[in-house]
Write a protein that binds this ligand. Structure first.
Ligand code: FMN
Length: 221
């Protein structure tokens, strides 16, 4: 097993997967590890719904169809982030890296749209986990869910499983709830597509950097 540092450094968002499924005992193991995530008062507010097989195919078809016909998004939480300054620069850089790897020009609106819709088809992954929170949990519990998702992705990375966290999977929660038969009281934050990386997929050549800690961390004493 690789070290925690190695898993953190190896994890990256993968946007093209092989169809091969992850064996069920491995799924049980990674979700058991993720369950050890910390949370405020140990409430463990995450409600992960793991979708595979026929159910995933049907859900992909419904989400892709919604994306292709331009159905208005209706996320459980506001999804439109407007970034300024350094945050905008980082967003643009990530987009340049991804579209550059895929060979999609910035001006190619059709190509960019197609790249977005690939999100809704889970980038071809054989599994996705939709992470819900029960009502009325809000921002505080959402921070717990972020920790949960990273723990889950690191446990997967350590086992050679590729992942991509996707806010895009939270844009049509009504479709997800309906197709999985979930109650209204569970609100969807985001999803994570996962499986084994397809090294031939051009999108997987994208690499993004990070700001140096001299620009982000402040030490006080
Ligand atoms: C909560 C969350 C939502 C994200 N949503 C998307 C998404 O909808 N589509 C996508 O392709 N990547 C998405 N990403 C992946 C980010 O673009 C990626 O983490 C970031 O660019 C850093 O790259 P890395 O994960 O390869 O290190 C999301 C990541 C997080 C944490």
């Amino acid at each position: 097993m690789i070290s925690v540092d190695e898993a953190i450094l190896q994890r990256r968002s993968v946007r093209g997967f092989l169809p091969r499924e992850v064996p069920h005992p491995v799924l049980d193991e990674v979700f058991a590890i993720a369950q050890r995530s910390p949370s405020n008062c140990n409430v463990q507010p995450w409600v992960p719904h793991v979708v595979s097989g026929e159910a995933l195919k049907k859900l992909a078809a419904a989400l892709v169809a919604a994306g292709e016909r331009g159905e208005p998004i209706a996320p459980d939480w506001p999804a439109e982030s407007k970034f300024d300054g350094v945050y905008r620069a980082r967003q643009v850089d990530a987009a340049v890296q991804l579209y550059g790897a895929m060979g999609v020009e910035r001006s190619d609106l059709v190509g960019r749209r197609a790249a977005y819709v690939r999100n809704l088809g889970f980038f071809g992954a054989p599994h996705a986990v939709f992470i819900f929170m029960p009502h009325p949990f809000d921002t505080r519990e959402a921070t717990d869910i972020g920790m949960y998702a990273q723990t889950l992705m690191l446990a997967m990375t350590a086992r050679g499983i590729a992942t991509c966290a996707q806010g895009a999977l939270g844009l049509y929660p009504g479709i997800v709830r309906e197709m999985l038969g979930l109650p209204q009281g569970q609100r969807l934050l985001f999803g994570v597509s996962f499986g084994y990386e397809d090294p031939a997929d051009k999108a997987n050549a994208a690499r993004v950097g990070r700001a140096p800690t001299t620009e982000t961390v402040r030490f006080h004493r």
